[in-house]
Design a binder for this molecule. Sequence first.
Ligand SMILES: NC(=O)C1=CN([C@@H]2O[C@H](COP(=O)(O)OP(=O)(O)OC[C@H]3O[C@@H](n4cnc5c(N)ncnc54)[C@H](OP(=O)(O)O)[C@@H]3O)[C@@H](O)[C@H]2O)C=CC1
Ligand SMILES: CC(=O)C(=O)O
Ligand SMILES: [Mg+2]
Length: 563
Amino acid sequence: MSRPFEHHVTDSPDAPVLPVRKRGLELVHDPLLNKGTGFPDSERDALGLRGLVPPQVVSIDDQASRIMENFHRQYSDLDRYSYLETLHDRNETLYYRVLLSHINELTPVIYTPVVGQACSQFAHIYQRARGMYFGAAEIAHFDSMVHNWPEDEVEIVVVTDGSRILGLGDLGANGMGIPIGKLSLYVVGAGFHPPRTLPVMLDVGTGNRALRDDPLYLGRRAERLTGPAYDEVVDAFVRAVHARWPHALIQFEDFSNDQAFRLLARYRDQVLCFNDDIQGTGAVTLAGILSALRITGQKLAEQRVVFLGAGSAARGIADTIVAGMMAEGGLSLEAARRQIWTLDSQGLVTLDRFDSLSEHKRPFAQDSAPIADLLDVIRTIKPTVLIGVCGQAGSFSEAAIREMHRHCERPIVFPLSNPTSKAECTADQAYAWTDGAALFASGSPFDPITRGGRLLVPGQCNNMYIFPGVGQGAISCRAAKVTDSMFYAAACTLASLVGEDSLSVGRLYPDLTLIREISVQIAVAVCEIAFAEGLAGIKRPNDLESFIRARMFEPRYVPYEAV
Ligand SMILES: NC(=O)C1=CN([C@@H]2O[C@H](COP(=O)(O)OP(=O)(O)OC[C@H]3O[C@@H](n4cnc5c(N)ncnc54)[C@H](OP(=O)(O)O)[C@@H]3O)[C@@H](O)[C@H]2O)C=CC1
Ligand SMILES: CC(=O)C(=O)O
Ligand SMILES: [Mg+2]
């Protein structure tokens, strides 16, 4: 049963007037409706705001200037994160206006790398409730708890169990910063209406002893659940969410790989869902490799790819590259997989380890002698592409990168682990060790570099380029499920949007200021797959692109009508 709540969304782009029941401070304290000093005089009269805000009526752009002035006054990254979250909690329209107009400067704060620091300290910097916590002890209440959430039209749920937050390991309930950050990017990147997004923490305990002993820790102080007890919590959560919001998309985020693959397999045909670390990362990485190959003029099917790390991200990327080699290069599944070598914490993943390998590693086990070390693997395999997804800082050594460059004129080097403190190497290092020849992209951003008078701009290979558009596509056409073919289409679309101007400075991804355009094009591609595969829940609109654009939230103040 849902209660009558305040409307937060208007779908009419032409003359949007939002009926508002709240008055006075109740309105000012609702972050979805608050305009702060931006309430015009007419609304101050009609909504009981006279005297409650300073006399000047300030435009949203002047408000944004004040925000940036104060943002620049903060002392540390964590201060900057907290400052933006305070704004998020006070005035969402202004928060998104500021993010959208300073996207390159602010994304690294609300997202990687600073969000990693924020998650590590989440319990200490916590200010105000945001999103929902589904605790194992409350499992009997999940079905009723979902009705405590005030919005009837949730479209995107990003859920984590905190077990593998970026490359920082098990952060338990502190991991809530990740769903919050990802959903901000859904709004900024693909124009989801803020009240239609829901961050979720599945609090099933934590294996992180230091957190459990931290007096300020906000999650369940118990060992992490496993086995059937864990599955029951996830099941109850998915059932409750699906019952309350049957059309919502559930994004699984930062689950350790012992759960990630199982959960995706279990739910992908039951409810609208995907795993971002597996599927989103696969798509964004293939796009970057395709961009790099436009520079070298080579074909995907000719590449020899080495992964340092053989977990969720590695498997998602490897499968997507294989799909590309099969689609573009005509290789068989087996032939494509033979072009890919993975290393885990025990060294090269080989057939002689088959029986002890987790399921997700087995398809990429190579018929090769054991090799323990990345340098020796590079010496033996002579890769053209090197991908780091092991969460181990500095694990691409100078010797390894130099060895790669010895046999490969333009090595494709992607240290993808997040946050920056976990990157396998820096942009500076990759360029220095290859004399500027590396085609480089990283999970967290690095600044441009000038080498010998030449500007080199590192791209950011991060699933943030993919998930907003895939989500918008899936929701716009009411897709019954999210398929791998949709992610493949997203990868090709993203690659097609990288301009020659970007490639001329070695940047393998478009500038982030283009994220909304990228998301529209990805959403169109995803919808087209849904229509072609009979998965769409609506009739195809004649002008699909305009249909998607019309759904997108613009952070500006709409007029209110007192009701
Ligand atoms: N840029 C992006 O968009 C994304 C980046 N990532 C980043 O990728 C990293 C990994 O994520 P994910 O795949 O989900 O994590 P997983 O835990 O699933 O996988 C980590 C893998 O790294 C291996 N590993 C650990 N230490 C070493 C080592 N010293 N040498 C070789 N391999 C090692 C592990 O080996 P073993 O199996 O033996 O334990 C495991 O196979 C994280 O830092 C994450 O932030 C993830 C998703 C998206
Ligand atoms: C980017 C991302 O999803 C990760 O590092 O886990
Ligand atoms: Mg992730």
